[in-house]
Design a protein around this ligand. Structure first.
Ligand SMILES: *[C@@H]1O[C@H](CO)[C@@H](O)[C@H](O)[C@H]1NC(C)=O
Ligand SMILES: *[C@@H]1O[C@H](CO)[C@@H](O)[C@H](O)[C@H]1NC(C)=O
Ligand SMILES: *[C@@H]1O[C@H](CO)[C@@H](O)[C@H](O)[C@H]1NC(C)=O
Length: 180
């Protein structure tokens, strides 16, 4: 009888191992743990004057009041606070293309390149629809590099200040991003 029964120590170790957590995915033995980060900053879209950071590269098509057809390339300053002299944290590099025939509505594609603090050297890539006359615009975060590898999330854009004569604008961004 005793010879056919499984020793209690083996039973215990089988039981214990089934209770242990499944090993998680790891890169170079460092366990990956997904986290949510919230970034808050201001985006300075200067389209007028000699120091413009967003410039049209195609003119709008004449029959459309929405500016349909116009593409602007930007290298816009990102700051911690709402004034241009606030701490610079990076640049928004990319373009916004007027892609709506009926209202001001852009296809916006940009890399948020961070140059300050712990995200210095990391990039978030944003691609989405931006209708600048709407109070809040939501744009998907589709990827990233550096500390933002595997990033996904969304950005909420709100116009903080707009010069109705020049269309220079300061936009508040809240970005929520999942990454490892
Ligand atoms: C452009 O920037 C320079 C250097 O910051 C400044 O001295 C100049 O006044 C600016 N020009 C305009 C038109 O804003
Ligand atoms: C920064 O700019 C704002 C307005 O744009 C001004 O009121 C403030 O005095 C400036 N601060 C510094 C430190 O230059
Ligand atoms: C950001 O990183 C670059 C390259 O490593 C470095 O030269 C620069 O001083 C850093 N900037 C800040 C504000 O830490």
């Amino acid at each position: 009888m005793a010879s056919s029964s499984i020793p209690i120590s083996i039973l215990l170790s089988i039981l214990l191992s089934s209770l242990l957590p499944v090993p998680s995915i790891a890169i170079k033995n460092r366990p990956l743990k997904e986290k949510l980060s919230h970034l808050h900053f201001y985006f300075h879209d200067i389209v007028s004057g000699r120091n413009a950071t967003a410039v049209p590269v195609t003119p709008p098509l004449k029959p459309f009041l929405s500016g349909f057809g116009q593409i602007n390339i930007m290298d816009d300053l990102l700051t911690l606070g709402p004034t241009p002299n606030s701490t610079a944290i990076g640049r928004a590099q990319g373009f916004y293309a007027s892609a709506s025939q009926s209202e001001l509505g852009f296809l916006q594609a940009m890399n948020l390149e961070f140059t300050h603090g712990k995200y210095n050297g990391s990039v978030l890539t944003v691609l989405g629809r931006n209708a600048p006359l709407h109070a809040v615009r939501e744009l998907p975060v589709v990827g990233g590099s550096g500390l933002f590898r595997f990033a996904r999330g969304y950005a909420l854009a709100r116009t903080h200040w707009l010069d109705p004569a020049s269309f220079d604008a300061i936009v508040e961004y809240n970005v929520y991003v999942m990454h490892y």
